[in-house]
Design a protein around this ligand. Sequence first.
Ligand SMILES: [Fe+2]
Length: 312
Amino acid sequence: MNGTVFAPWLEEAHSHWNQRPMRLQHRLHEHPALQIDAVAALIERYPRNDYALVHTSRHGDGRARWREGELGSTPGREVIEAIAGGSLWLNLRQAHAHGPAYAQLLEQAYAEIAAQVPGFTAGALKMGILVSSPRAQVHYHCDLPGQLLWQIHGRKRVWVYPAAAPCLQAEWLEDIAYTGFEFSLVYDPAFDSMAVVFDLEPGQMLTWPLNAPHRVENGDCMNVSVTTEHWTPENRRAQKVHLANAVLRHRLGLRPRGRALAGPGYWAKAALQAAWRRSPWAGSTQKALRPIEFRLDPLAPGGMVDNIARTA
Ligand SMILES: [Fe+2]
């Protein structure tokens, strides 16, 4: 892309960055690397460890059922057709690591933000590409790193909630840091009255205050979205405090209230969480890998082979 990812629209919004949810215009959806054929080609060279393929359905009693699968040798175009006709989502989690065009777009997008938003510095940038079925949903959750959502194809509706009680409790953030499971939030439909609701179309993106909970519903069409992730220095300090507070609460039975991001209290917690990460107990608190329960297969009835149970 010879032009810019954002400008001139970002200029109007920079003073509200991270202060309130905002919908901005972008041009990622025009880039050749994000057209359907390019995404199909990317799918065909994507390593197994870097994607998640999920099929959603309902048990007989109405409870949500979520199964993880793999692509097998299904051609990329047929993967996208299966998603367009089913209840699936495919998250290509590390797109920036699998094509120079994606890495370049990611760098360029954040360079433009840093140029427009005073004091914004971010690292550990990541780009994911999410291909999802008509009417697919992402349930109420929040993310510890900063995240941006860029719509490329299709339409979706996004509810963004305040990053404050009752929509978000400090202990929920601590538990996400402790378990790595970002869906450990408690959703109450009454929160919807506090949400800002956005309809997203190709060429529009969303930014929201750090950790703001959100949920998503696709329109009646296949969706391709890009998610980008970043860590600011303040964000990293907060992550360390979340983890230290969780360790104090879960392992020592304490009720830590301090959340300072500077001073002796902060440095004590930074040291505590570093020691915890090195300890043999740290891994046992993280979410378990899901078993792989199906494989896409266009020749099989229903387009998939079930029960190939093994762990990712
Ligand atoms: Fe999210």
